[in-house]
Design a protein around this ligand. Structure first.
Ligand code: G3P
Length: 385
């Protein structure tokens, strides 16, 4: 089923915030200044200093009469203990968990809310790839263990982020299950407007019911003339995305992938994704593995078009998850993303065909094993549909 699609809006302001020590204090300040409402939707929320600071800010806001709603993913919150949960509820924060895990629900447990959205009043939204864990921000440390970005948004687009949160909030309450077809907006992916200051759009996915986020990505890769730079921590792209990347590289577009090195929380996912390297390299795609820390950000630059947010564009995400990205065609924002990615490429090691042929036996075995398992599970899931 195809859901409705959000249009482009001009008159916005976007600021790229790089790493937790920059974006978390900014988000907490915004919550501290909230006058009417705070809406927070997150996948990963775990006990620790980061979540304590976040819960403090939310409780203070609720105590002074601000309407505070938190929609957290139930699986992503497995490491969020009773103490912080109870503090939120006692302070008057409205707290819901998306798709609570139940053994008897079987495969339905795979459906997860992977969005990362903070909306404050009707004036500011923060979107990107963060969770609330010490890896993203430890207030006692100057740097973060995981490399991530968030975008601060002001302007008309804030209303769309509010809308997508509100729909999901109501759906999770069970009062009015949201089908994407009910969302206001367009029936088809809108054509690209000319680049302009403050131009942006919300793209989203609702598991396999709605995927304008990936259709838009594929279109941007297909129409790119100069470059496609794609960063993701979990590189398991669908066949359509892989094919679009290969075709773009073959027609002379500079295609670069920014992926994780051994600094990753899920080595099997990395090994499974590496099986795609040789075909991509042969087509002329350049592959960079980020060396400094765990690269967790999800960001794409296709010529001037930017897509940034929660979506890893992997076949797992797109089957089961709620996702939301900001797409922008704003010259200053593009420059900021360009600078961020250039820095990351320079902090990476480029993988060549020679490296691929020279990889040790153990690595070959792991790539085979995890690649085979990934393919097997995908085939089984496809058989169910
Ligand atoms: O699913 P992501 O991309 O938000 O990442 C979350 C953590 O990696 C879970 O291990």
């Amino acid at each position: 089923m195809m859901g409705q699609i959000f249009p482009w809006k001009s008159g916005n302001r976007f600021e790229l915030l790089i790493d937790g020590p920059q974006f978390f204090p900014t988000m907490l300040t915004a919550i501290a200044r909230a006058e009417h409402q705070v809406a927070l939707e997150l996948y990963l929320v775990e006990d620790g200093r980061c979540s304590q600071a976040l819960v403090d800010a939310l409780c203070v806001a609720a105590a002074r009469g601000v309407r505070v709603r938190c929609l957290f993913d139930d699986f992503g919150c497995l490491k969020l203990g009773a103490v912080l949960r109870e503090r939120l509820v006692e302070a008057g924060v409205m707290l819901q968990f998306y798709n609570p895990l139940r053994w008897r629900r079987g495969f339905s447990n795979l459906y997860r809310d992977h969005r990362k959205i903070l909306v404050v009043d009707d004036r500011q939204a923060f979107i990107g790839g963060t969770g609330s864990t010490n890896e993203f921000w430890d207030p006692s440390q100057e740097t973060s263990r995981w490399h991530e970005v968030m975008v601060a948004i002001e302007g008309p687009l804030v209303a769309h982020w509010q809308l997508i949160f509100d729909y999901q909030w109501l759906a999770s309450l069970g009062r009015r299950p949201w089908k994407p077809g009910e969302a206001p907006g367009l029936a088809h992916l809108p054509p690209y407007p000319a680049v302009g200051e403050g131009l942006g759009r919300l793209a989203y996915a609702d598991a396999n019911q709605h995927r304008d986020i990936v259709r838009s990505l594929v279109r941007s890769i297909r129409t790119a003339r100069n470059r496609v730079w794609l960063a993701t921590p979990y590189f398991l792209p669908s066949w359509k995305v892989r094919r679009a990347l290969i075709k773009a590289a073959r027609r002379g577009v500079e295609v670069r992938l920014l992926l994780t090195s051994r600094h990753t929380d899920h080595p099997p996912v990395r090994f499974a994704g590496q099986r795609y390297y040789p075909r991509l390299l042969r087509a002329g795609v350049r592959i960079f593995e980020y060396q400094q820390r765990f690269l967790h950000l999800k960001m794409v630059l296709a010529d001037d078009w930017v897509s940034v947010g929660s979506c890893n564009f992997d076949h797992w995400n797109l089957r089961f998850n709620l996702e939301a990205n900001l797409e922008a065609l704003d010259p200053n924002f593009t420059l900021a993303v360009d600078a961020c990615m250039r820095q990351d490429f320079s902090d990476s090691r480029e993988i060549t065909m020679d490296d691929w042929h020279a990889r040790p036996l153990m690595k070959r075995l792991r790539q085979r094993l995890w690649g085979w398992l990934d393919r097997l599970v995908v085939n089984l899931l496809d058989r169910r549909r």
